[in-house]
Design a protein around this ligand. Structure first.
Ligand code: PHE
Length: 342
């Protein structure tokens, strides 16, 4: 075949190649081991000198040209491929976003915040205490006698004693903050203390070693148990969105006198009796009472100068009532099937 025709054919084939594979094929047909141009170059030896020089020069030039053209085409195809890829990967900013899974507050945190909101709306300030307490604030200053069973190893998590002196413990209630606060402030005041407390006891549906309380303390010249009842009724009405009856039963806590246990009419059956309230119509919600003179004394007050009420409600119990949860341990199990419901 004549070299010019071979060239036209080859160039056209290169132009026609639509992708790297087709281009490789063209390369093979003309420049491969058995390629048309390769064969022509090989046949040069058999030619006579004059013709060999003429055709040889043209064939060599064609080989260089084809190499160069192939290379250019290769680059072009690579560029086109990149462009196509970019086109396919284009980000469509109009596609609606994917929702990221977000968590939510734990039900006990909800309850604590809601309780805070209500008490703060009645003028109470929120105060924090320590989870590690001294024997003094957890027991002595609260008028616990030295042999009180609450001080027992079985009820309280005691910490290792490091230096000589008092032994610390994980607070068993939020009441120690009463004295800590009174040492630093002069009445009148009203405070709440939400926080975590610890009990060394066997767990069951109503008991955990770790629970949350909300302490309340209101002290002034004429603060009475009637104020306490009023504040509490208002709190429950707001919290449960329905009027709730309250019952005070005499009870004993060393740091109050008189002391009471506060029952609330069952919100599930409205007092008629159901399984939640063990058919009684009432549910025990907290301990409370009028601050004991010895507690005022421990805080450095002159007892006759002031009077006030204190209460300590279990937030877990409150959450159980609000959400109708029958086992306190569910709050601490970390089971998503439970937690996702809130
Ligand atoms: N601290 C008591 C408890 O944990 C509750 C309480 C608080 C009782 C304040 C009376 C006054 O059981």
């Amino acid at each position: 075949m004549d070299i010019t025709a071979l060239r036209d054919q080859a160039i056209e084939a290169i132009e026609r190649a639509k992708n790297a594979k087709e281009l490789e094929e063209v390369n093979k047909i003309y420049l491969g081991r058995k390629g048309k141009l390769t064969q022509l170059l090989r046949s040069l030896n058999a030619m006579e000198a004059g013709e060999r020089r003429k055709i040889g020069a043209a064939a060599n030039a064609l080989r260089d040209e084809l190499h160069e053209t192939l290379e250019k085409k290769q680059e072009l195809l690579a560029r086109l491929e990149l462009q196509e890829e970019a086109r396919q990967n284009r980000i469509d900013v109009t596609v609606p976003g994917k929702r990221l899974p977000v968590g939510h507050l734990h039900p006990l945190t909800h309850i604590q915040r809601e309780a805070r909101r209500i008490f703060e709306s009645m003028g109470f300030s929120t105060v924090q205490g320590n989870e590690i307490e001294s024997q003094h604030y957890n027991f002595d200053a609260l008028n616990f006698p030295p042999d009180h069973p609450a001080r027992d190893m079985q009820d309280t998590f005691w910490l290792k004693q490091h230096r000589k002196g008092e032994r610390n413990l994980l607070r068993t209630h939020t009441s120690p903050v009463q004295v800590r606060y009174m040492e630093q402030h002069v009445p009148p005041f009203r405070i709440i203390v939400p926080g975590r407390v610890f009990r060394n006891e066997a767990t069951d549906a109503r008991h955990e070693t770790n629970l949350y309380q909300l302490e309340g303390l209101m002290v002034g010249k004429y603060v009475s148990a009637a104020h306490f009842k009023g504040v509490l009724e208002e709190f429950y009405r707001e919290f449960f969105h329905t009027p709730v009856s309250i019952r005070l039963r005499p009870s004993f806590f060393p740091f109050v006198e008189p002391g009471f246990e506060v029952d609330m009419s069952c919100v599930v059956c409205k007092g008629g009796g159901c399984s939640t309230c063990s058919q009684g119509g009432w549910i025990e919600m907290m301990g409370a009472g009028m601050v004991h003179p010895n507690v005022f004394k421990a805080a450095g007050y002159v007892p006759g100068d002031w009077q006030g009420f204190a209460f300590g409600m279990g937030l877990d119990r409150l959450a159980m009532m609000k959400y109708k949860v029958h086992d306190i341990r569910l709050f601490y199990g970390g089971d998503f099937r439970f937690l996702r419901q809130f």
